[in-house]
Design a protein around this ligand. Sequence first.
Ligand code: SAM
Length: 235
Amino acid sequence: MSTPSSTGSLTLVATPIGNLGDIPPRALEALRQADCIACEDTRVSGKLLAKIGIETKPELLSYRNENEITLAEPLADRIASGQQIVLVADAGTPAISDPGFRLVRACRLRGLPVTAVPGPCAAITALALSGLPSDGFLFVGFLPPKRAARIRFFNEYQDFGYTLVIYESCHRIGKCLDDIVETLGADRAISVSRELTKLHETIQSGSAGEVRERVAKASQKGEFVIVIAKAGYVL
Ligand code: SAM
């Protein structure tokens, strides 16, 4: 716990995307020393803390899409008054398709210290495992749920010169792969990562047409990342 004279800070701590072994010592230390852990779902983070053996119970504050704007300044006030605030997401790196950048911005604008304990991120793990060019890429996060908007996106980016990395839910993975084949063509090189670092981790790489068939035949439960090579890239 901080004393009133100590300097407060915000620390972004990445947490496992599946495998609990993926939590480094520095993350444990930051979580142990926090005055408050801002997390999305307090039940999810509470369970994680119990599993990794953090017995002293820091305050858990629900910081999620719905309140990330209203809580950014009050959290920055707490840091200014000397508290150690840790930000985590339900899984992976906070602020990456998860709440966080507004709190970081609030601290930066006030000159408050912000640091990170880097670690798992599904986008980077999928890109590294894809076997597709990883020297330059665009991370898009989640595409719009409506088909027309997804098709517009793929049409707009069909000649983009770098790899694309997309998060997709299990409910839309099949439809999204249909849209990729329709707009970018069955020959486009892609990779689909499912359940990274978990028991049923599967990575399918190949032409969009082949990968779509393989994904359709396999279980579509779990979490997915799609990686798409630039046009003309031959596997
Ligand atoms: N902040 C997280 C990160 O650093 O990866 C991402 C959070 S975002 C709300 C959740 C999405 O990330 C999922 O829908 C899925 O697309 C992707 N994801 C998270 N964990 C994953 C995993 N173990 N395997 C594959 N994709 C995963």
